[in-house]
Design a protein around this ligand. Structure first.
Ligand code: G6P
Length: 621
């Protein structure tokens, strides 16, 4: 939630900040703003709404004032509103001090802001917004104006007073071409350049500029100038830290030939899955995670008696899919929990509990807190994340990276299917260590998993026109019901989530067998029913539920194994997916549901990449 960016160096500050914000817009798009260091002070520029509004203002101002594009330092922000409505006063940067000589951008929540605000007001500071962030701007200004401190010293003092989560960057008119920043719980990286340096909430903001990064830790202050980056503790002690290189391409965040990131990312799934499986599964189908997981962790897996899977949103759905493979292949009880519930539950577990924390971003506050709760009882935490170096990787004992590359569309697609692949790898590895399944059986599933990228490619081919046509059934819809059983049930949940996220149609995912206990009352011609069929006995059972809905006038959209004649009998438009072993069915069946949601939303003229009110990383409770 909220993205921050900073630049200091050459006469290209505005260009770099705007490009950085474009790549961080997935974090929030309620408003956007810049604070630029001009010769005579700080120039704030803010606009409500998506970044294009700010870009328009930048164009206008730049046209009037040539100096504007020669600015060498500044900070930028893209907002997902928490405190205060999305209006210009509440947009960042927030200013403090005489004539607004200090500017601040912030991602996170300052929990003790109300008390700090009262104190600052009592000392004569005048607030102009409803945000929690404004206290930081005034605290900094106060330390600089009344105590003669440098911006760095002022920020160190401020960090000691504020509580909550934050990544904050500030500029001051008194210290040209300098940015200072700090963080606690919210992410912050420094990008290293030659004669210029960068700051951002996430590396994808800066991939066009650099691949060399420093991760800022809690309790540190960074000071950026054109010449260098100084990291220190709050007490001012120097911290030495090597840079790390990231291997993501800048093109990964470009649209290329696609109309939207969501469509691009759906089509990137075969490649993303190939990368996620590569080096972890042999041509014979044997899974080996020894290059990813430390030896003692792998050894510890033999002792595991219980698994807890944690996640939010799509990651939670991935966990529900993972449960099937883990229980079936490893014969251990698996609990899947929504992180925001788990963290407050006084959860039960011990050192024989494997805790699989799934988080694409690696920075979801609730999942981080749930991990902390699990660590308290001694759970062995494995993080499944798409973000190398993210907060969760530092909390976990071991990390299994999904290698989907950056995902820009707010609705998760390729990160979901790669999470599924990672969980299958984990289940196969654990099953092998536990030795309860025959080697042949595991090799057979492993071999099929290795071929999944091609199957997903085929699923995309099968789905293109079919999903566009099926989307017509949703034109006059007022809601939708997604049904499935067994492994198809979480697929239905995720399909319904995709539809509601981007098309704003109320959509419910339900176990098909539960339909008669309530949802059936919803069914009429304005409530299409998406039935995820799959194979085996459960398919037959779901089919009978489908017949019951058809008998009540529901329009049926089945998702079925390619060539399944009985699916064609219940509906005019079937969404086909290729045949795979049952445990892998969610990987291929999810594809038509992603594309169906995409076409329904496009048909309604909506922005699929930036659905209203949502943000991709949820760094607040
Ligand atoms: C937000 C995003 C979802 C995501 C969820 C969990 O709600 O919009 O797409 O599934 O957060 O995020 P995480 O980064 O922890 O996987």
């Amino acid at each position: 939630m909220c993205g921050i960016v900073g630049y200091v160096g050459r006469e290209r500050c505005v260009e770099v900040l705007m490009e950085g914000l474009k790549n961080l817009e997935y974090r929030g798009y309620d408003s956007a703003g810049l604070a630029l260091q001009l010769e005579d002070g700080i120039e704030p520029l803010k606009r409500v709404g998506p970044l294009v509004n700010l870009a328009g203002a930048v164009g206008d101002l730049g046209g009037r004032n040539g100096d504007f594009f020669r600015v060498r330092a500044g900070v930028g922000h893209t907002r997902w509103a928490t405190h205060g409505r999305p209006n210009e006063a509440n947009a960042h940067p927030l200013l403090g001090g005489e004539g607004g000589r200090v500017a601040v951008v912030h991602n996170g929540i300052i929990e003790n802001h109300a008390r700090l605000r009262r104190e600052l007001e009592a000392r004569g500071r005048v607030f102009r917004s409803e945000t929690d962030t404004e206290v930081i701007a005034h605290l900094l200004a106060e330390r600089i104006e009344e105590h003669g401190e440098s911006l760095r010293e002022a920020l160190a003092c401020c960090v000691r007073q504020i509580e909550g989560s934050f990544a904050v960057a500030a500029v001051s008119a008194e210290e040209p071409e300098t940015i200072v920043a700090a963080r606690h719980q919210s992410p912050l990286v420094v990008g290293l350049g030659e004669g210029e340096n960068f700051l951002a909430s996430a590396v994808q903001a800066l991939l066009t500029e650099t691949r060399r990064f420093l991760v800022v830790e809690n309790g540190e202050i960074v000071e950026l100038s054109a010449e260098g980056v100084a990291v220190s503790t709050l007490d001012g002690e120097e911290v030495r830290r090597g840079a790390c290189e990231v291997d993501w391409d800048a093109e990964a965040v470009e649209l290329g030939v696609y109309e939207d990131y969501m469509l691009k990312e759906i089509h990137e799934q075969p490649a993303a899955l190939r990368k996620t499986l590569e080096g972890r599964i042999t041509t014979e189908g044997e899974v080996d995670l020894s290059a990813d997981l430390p030896e003692p962790f792998i050894e510890g897996l033999r002792e595991i008696e219980r698994v807890v899977v944690l996640g939010c949103g799509t990651a939670y759905h991935a966990g529900l899919v993972g449960k099937h493979a883990l229980e079936k292949l490893c014969r251990v009880p698996v609990e899947v929990a929504v992180s925001s519930e788990y963290r407050y539950r006084e959860p039960i577990g011990d050192g024989k509990t494997l805790v699989v924390a799934i988080s694409q971003s690696g920075e979801t506050t609730d999942t981080l807190a749930a991990v902390e709760a699990a660590r308290e009882y001694g759970g062995r935490v494995l993080a499944v994340t798409n973000t190398r170096g993210s907060l969760i990787t530092r909390e976990a004992e071991a990390v299994l990276l999904t290698k989907a590359g950056p995902e820009v569309g707010v609705a998760a697609t390729k990160t979901f299917t790669t999470q599924l692949a990672a969980l299958k790898l984990l289940a196969l590895q654990l099953a092998h260590l536990k030795g309860l399944r025959s080697a042949e059986e595991l090799l057979e599933i492993g071999e099929a998993l290795r071929l999944v990228p091609e199957k997903v490619e085929h699923a995309i081919e099968l789905s293109g026109d079919a999903t566009r046509t099926a989307a017509q059934a949703f034109e006059a819809a007022r809601c939708a019901l997604y049904l499935g059983r067994g492994v198809s049930y979480p697929v239905a949940l995720e399909g319904a989530l995709k539809l509601k996220e981007i098309s704003y149609l109320p959509a419910e995912g339900y176990p098909a067998g539960e339909m008669k206990h309530g949802p059936i009352a919803l069914i009429d011609e304005s409530c299409p029913v998406v039935a995820v069929l799959g194979e085996g006995l459960l398919r037959e059972k779901t089919l009978s539920n489908v017949q019951e809905t058809a008998a009540r006038g529901g329009r049926i959209v089945p998702v079925a194994v390619e060539g399944d004649a009985s699916a064609s009998e219940v509906a005019d438009h079937v969404l086909w997916a290729p045949e795979v072993p049952e445990l892998l069915w969610p990987l291929v069946a999810s594809v038509p549901l992603q594309l169906l949601a995409y076409h329904v939303a496009k048909g309604r003229g909506l922005d699929v990449d930036k659905p209203r009110n949502l943000a991709k990383s949820v760094t607040v409770e």
